[in-house]
Design a protein around this ligand. Structure first.
Ligand code: UD1
Ligand code: UDP
Length: 374
């Protein structure tokens, strides 16, 4: 029996780890599987736990309003110690690039467990973009024993860092597993919340927006909001819906600059199923999110990505996303191009999603079952 501890803390990690938890739980004779949430996020994490019906055995309940990286990193490492001493896992699974990922991988390493990294090998090689995620990934990569890479490009990044090829497994991204397991039900049974939002749109074209990256805080967010304001004022016939991230550094400029515009609706973060429904309803998505740019192409939606550089070059190469940074003019120009040029819109909407086939979790768990058998 292999003891597996799955650790996560934020909304995107939860979405991408929930199908993995469910896959491990299919094999109780092979794995003693437990979940520990750091609760780096609280409400936004709980929305996902409820949707996927994941009940963590350990909840560190760490989120503090306006938390900083120093306190959060220290708290995660310190508070994981008793969990690791209690359960004594053989394997600690972490996901992606957050502070939870980096700190939990170090704690797992200290405990003597093998560290397993899901969504391994994404790189920009720019230590400040995304900040601090690029360095979180690199640190996690150093202490990881098994690297589950979503694509061959991410595998290549690890090989260039002299990681043992036998420790890298290319699986596809688990975000597609989560999406494909949910999307049909979500489309069939929209919640009252999204049904009401949809009625309010009166058939208007919808632009869906999300944004939260630390490197965009401050001037970047002001430029993003100015672009959205211009788009809304020039195109009164369309609607913009923006579920605003709960980080106070995001809430403040967004509410101040966009609070009074008739065709912009600022709403609370949507539960995952409602957000999928909204992505499907949208014509265009404008975002700085990693997860959204991986999901949206599966729904045939063009994505404008508000980042200067990307650790997801597959999406740019596949033509499913365009990088617009936080340049006000570029965001406006590329949005109008998609709205006005039907061929360009069709071209972007019909591209193939490079992030997987929805079977990533099956591949990960099969690898873990076979591990040590030969
Ligand atoms: C974090 C991750 C980022 C990830 C993002 C996903 C780090 C450094 N950043 O950024 O990589 O892309 O999550 O959304 O790990 N808050 C709430 N309720 C919540 C969640 C957040 O009130 O459910 C507020 C709190 O005031 C909190 C603040 O947002 O202190 C910042 O949260 P934090 O996790 O530190 O940073 P994010 O910007 O969410
Ligand atoms: N998401 C959600 N509700 C929202 C906005 C996003 O459930 O209101 C989901 C989205 O489907 C994606 C994930 O959250 O799977 C992305 O999270 P976020 O943008 O916070 O983080 P990132 O992906 O940039 O790390």
């Amino acid at each position: 029996m292999k003891k597996v501890l799955i650790v996560f803390g934020t909304r995107p990690e939860a979405i991408k780890m929930a199908p993995l938890v469910k896959e491990f739980e299919k094999y109780p004779e092979s794995f003693d599987t437990r979940v520990c949430v750091t609760a780096q996020h609280r409400e936004m994490l709980d929305q996902v736990l409820t949707f996927f019906d994941v009940q963590p055995q350990y909840d560190l309940d760490l989120m503090k309003p306006g938390q900083d990286l120093y306190g959060l990193t220290a708290a995660i490492i310190t508070e994981l110690k008793p969990v690791l001493e209690d359960f004594k896992p053989d394997f600690v699974f972490v996901h992606g690039d957050t502070t939870t990922t980096m700190a939990s991988s170090i704690a797992g390493f200290y405990s003597g467990a093998k560290v397993c990294h899901i969504e391994a090998g994404l790189r920009t090689h720019n230590k400040y973009a995304p900040f601090p995620e690029e360095i979180n990934r690199q640190i996690t990569g150093r202490v990881t024993d098994f690297h589950f890479s979503p694509t061959e490009a991410s595998q290549e990044n690890l090989l260039r860092e002299n990681i043992d090829p036998k420790s890298i497994i290319v699986t596809g991204n688990t975000v597609i597993d989560a999406l494909l397991q949910s999307v049909e039900k979500v489309k069939r049974e929209p919640s009252d919340l999204v049904s009401d939002l949809d009625k309010g749109l009166n058939g208007a074209s919808l632009i869906l927006v999300t944004g939260h990256r630390r490197e965009n805080h401050g001037d970047g967010f002001i430029r993003i909001c100015e672009a959205l304001k211009t788009i809304a004022l020039h195109r009164p016939e369309l609607e913009i819906i923006y579920p605003v991230h709960l980080n106070p550094k995001v809430l403040e400029p967004v509410n101040r600059i966009l609070g009074d515009i008739n065709n912009i609706q600022l709403i609370n973060p949507l539960a995952y199923h409602d957000f999928i429904w909204m992505m499907d309803r949208a014509k265009i998505i404008i975002t700085d999110s990693g997860g959204v740019q991986e999901e949206a192409p599966s729904l045939g939606k063009p994505v404008l990505v508000m980042r200067e550089t990307t650790e997801r070059p597959e999406a740019v190469d596949a033509g499913t996303v365009i990088l617009v940074g936080t340049d006000t003019d570029k965001i406006i120009r590329e949005t109008f191009a998609l709205l006005d040029d039907e061929e360009h819109f069709k071209e972007m909407s019909s591209r193939h999603n490079p992030y997987g086939d929805g079977k990533a979790c099956g591949r990960i768990v099969r690898f873990m079952r076979e591990l040590g058998e030969n």
